[in-house]
Design a protein around this ligand. Structure first.
Ligand SMILES: [Zn+2]
Length: 275
């Protein structure tokens, strides 16, 4: 694990403590330790969330290093950990009635802003549950996902969803997309700006970027023992931080809100386009 003494966004060391989870269990690490995939004696480590007084970013310290994160993503959908395999997970999420489904709710939000036809790239798409809903809702759109966890691409293909395996880089595609979605992805990255700047390469002048992520409001709303405050999340955003970050990265804001999801969690979502 890596201790963070400086803000990963603006490098300021001025900060205030906003949440201490040192006494809480981390079920991800408990599982990974129990299987011998990791050996992190986290219960003896002070684990805290800090808010940067320079830019407002809320960041965790310590965070998992790159290798530890890869191990987390490899196993965190395990049947033993979740009580369901990928297929069962996919079937459960995609069988919710449209009115109760968070994925269809995102479609209803997007409907006001996107054209009738276009191309979607869902970055960090996992098993493809959002793409599946999007494709059903917007049938004239072409859809594609990219996911760095091995196994999801083969899985999604069986469901008729095209998913490329790997991390998005400067050289992954030689085209732009009308819509790029980043749904519950950016909080797993230690600092958002490199990703926001990379995505510009894949957006055209009229394209939109949809970002959805946990909101910092959950710190007052959920107990500190909640899953949201475990080692899988490096940072937590406020709506204003994310807006500023996008503007500083060369975007303008088309729509933005802090909302409570069907699963009763606070989320921030922003639709942005290139300046
Ligand atoms: Zn900062």
């Amino acid at each position: 694990m890596i201790n963070k003494k400086y803000c990963p966004n603006c490098e300021s060391g001025k900060r205030k403590l906003i949440l201490d989870v040192s006494g809480e269990k981390d079920t991800y690490l408990d599982y990974l330790n129990s299987k011998g995939y990791l050996d992190i004696d986290y219960k003896n480590i002070v684990r805290q969330y800090w808010q940067c007084e320079g830019c407002g970013l809320v960041y965790r310290s310590p965070v998992l290093d790159k290798n530890e994160k890869e191990i987390l993503y490899e196993y965190f959908r395990d049947v033993e950990f979740r009580g369901e395999n990928r297929q069962e997970y996919f079937n459960r999420i995609t069988s919710y009635p449209r009115q109760e489904s968070e994925n269809y709710e995102k479609c209803r939000f997007l409907e006001k802003y996107i054209p009738e036809t276009g191309t979607l790239l869902d970055v960090g798409c996992g098993a493809g549950v959002f793409i599946y809903a999007f494709k059903n809702y917007f049938q004239k759109w072409e859809v594609l996902g990219i996911e760095p966890t091995e196994g999801f691409a083969e899985f999604a293909e069986k469901e008729g969803i095209k998913v490329d395996y790997g991390y998005l880089t400067e050289n992954t595609y030689d085209k732009t997309f009308n819509l790029i979605s980043l749904i519950h992805v950016l909080e797993h990255v230690d600092s958002p700006k490199p990703m926001l700047s990379l995505l510009k390469k894949y957006l055209g002048s009229k394209s939109l970027l949809y970002i959805e992520s946990p909101s910092v409001k959950d710190i007052d709303y959920l107990p500190s023992s909640h899953d949201r405050f475990m080692s899988q999340h490096d940072v937590i955003f406020s709506e204003s931080f994310l807006q500023n970050c996008l503007r500083e990265s060369g975007y303008e804001i088309a729509a933005s809100e802090d909302f409570i999801s069907a699963r009763k969690r606070n989320n921030v979502r922003i639709l942005a386009k290139l300046l």
